[in-house]
Design a protein around this ligand. Structure first.
Ligand SMILES: C[S@@+](CC[C@H](N)C(=O)[O-])C[C@H]1O[C@@H](n2cnc3c(N)ncnc32)[C@H](O)[C@@H]1O
Length: 378
């Protein structure tokens, strides 16, 4: 149902897709400007200053082969163990290496030797630049559909990120299942990818350039919700989305009326069944989010303002690395929420794109009480 037929033959991954994609990212493309659409480089979110600084420290040869489609910087990273699926030349790994610090670690996995070569060549340069005594970054060659086979341990990562890669996989369900298995309990898959407005035709899926350009393998966004549920993740929370345009007449004709967006979702590995809403108060302890923390499109938590969250978010906040950044009370406590009410939840990235084009109504929070507390991954 949700996955593509071209790709799954008798339940096995069709390795010709892998070979085509390796060829595209290893041989055909040499730099960002070689792309034929903006699918792989669409900015999905404005970049905060501290991340711009971190990006500036990445070696230009690494940046020149960046093909991502979003900003994959989840909050609260100090000391975390992060895995980057389809790390390419390593730009995001080197950016995150600075944010997890010397006690954290970032592992990049990619199947394309040429991309890994660029990433590995610059490990020493970056470690010196960041002032680290021992490298906190490593790169593994392997398939994102087979993480444990590539030597990655089950239940060993706090966070998995990915930037414009899952669409390229012939077996998205397997990618999500493998990600789930190597995440720790309470861990998060935070990733940006390309999504389509409907299930794509065989003609589109079989077009090598469209697939390589991150469009031909795009999931219908509703299928992500189904796959996430089948694999065991919490329902995807939409963080941001932006339109993708394919500025090439020949490719446009094949794509017809299908529309595409780059969207960032967060999925958590948390227990199911607790659906009780809760009143939470953010204490401002996340680096870069000292005044407010935008969790997703629905919830932006301002420091010391109580907010009533739905059962899904209550479970995520109490079971994940964010636990220490909040205080929790039963809903309807002594202080009434003040300020704007949380916006309605949006999971459809196409709806979000339309909403973002309208003037902003402001962020969503409530109000009163306070405390301060501790860091993230230990
Ligand atoms: C669009 S590029 C994005 C690279 C990187 N995330 C970035 O932002 O620059 C896609 C990358 O994913 C890798 N890739 C695609 N499918 C893969 C798979 N099934 N297993 C491992 N790597 C894969 C490709 O080799 C390529 O380096």
């Amino acid at each position: 149902m949700a996955d593509d037929n071209r790709a799954c033959v008798g339940g096995f991954v069709d390795t010709t897709v892998h070979e085509d994609v390796k060829d595209y990212y290893g041989k055909v493309l040499k730099k960002t400007e070689d792309l034929k659409s903006n699918a792989c480089v669409a900015p999905a979110k404005p970049v905060p200053a501290f991340i711009r600084q971190a990006l500036k420290k990445v070696h230009p040869e690494v940046t020149a082969r960046y093909y991502g489609c979003g900003l994959v910087v989840p909050e609260c990273l100090e000391g975390c163990k992060i895995l980057d699926l389809g790390s390419g030349s390593g730009r995001d790994c080197y950016m995150l290496s600075q944010l997890v610090g010397q006690k954290g670690h970032v592992t990049g996995i990619d199947m394309t030797e040429d991309q890994l070569d660029v990433a590995r060549t610059h490990v020493d340069y970056h470690m010196k630049e960041f002032g680290y005594k021992t490298p906190n970054v490593s790169f593994v060659q392997g398939y994102i559909e087979a993480l444990t086979e590539a030597g990655l341990e089950k239940s060993s990562f706090d966070i998995i990120i990915s930037n414009c890669v899952v669409n390229l996989s012939p077996d998205k369900k397997r990618v999500l299942a493998e990600a789930y298995s190597v995440l720790k309990d309470g861990g998060e898959l935070y990733f940006s990818d390309v999504y389509s407005s409907g299930r794509l035709t065989e003609e589109i899926k079989n077009h090598k350039v469209l697939w390589g350009e991150c469009v031909g393998g795009a999931l219908w966004w509703k299928d992500l919700l189904l796959l996430a549920e089948e694999v065991g993740f919490s329902p995807p929370r939409l963080v941001t989305a932006s339109v993708i345009t394919v500025d090439n007449k020949e490719l446009q004709d094949i794509l017809g009326d299908f529309k595409f967006v780059s969207a960032t979702y967060r999925l958590f590995k948390v227990p199911k069944g607790n659906t009780k809403p809760c009143r939470v108060m953010y204490n401002g302890s996340i680096t870069g989010a000292e005044d407010s923390f935008q969790f997703d499109r629905r919830y932006t938590f301002k420091v010391d303002d109580p907010v009533e969250v739905d059962g899904e978010v209550a479970t995520i906040l109490t079971q994940s690395r964010f636990k220490a950044d909040f205080t929790f009370q039963p809903p309807g406590g002594p202080c009434e929420p003040r300020g704007a009410k949380p916006e309605e939840a949006i999971v459809d990235p196409f709806e979000l794109v339309l909403q973002l084009e309208k003037p902003s109504p402001g962020s969503a929070t409530g109000g009163c009480c306070s405390t301060k507390s501790a860091p993230c991954c230990k």
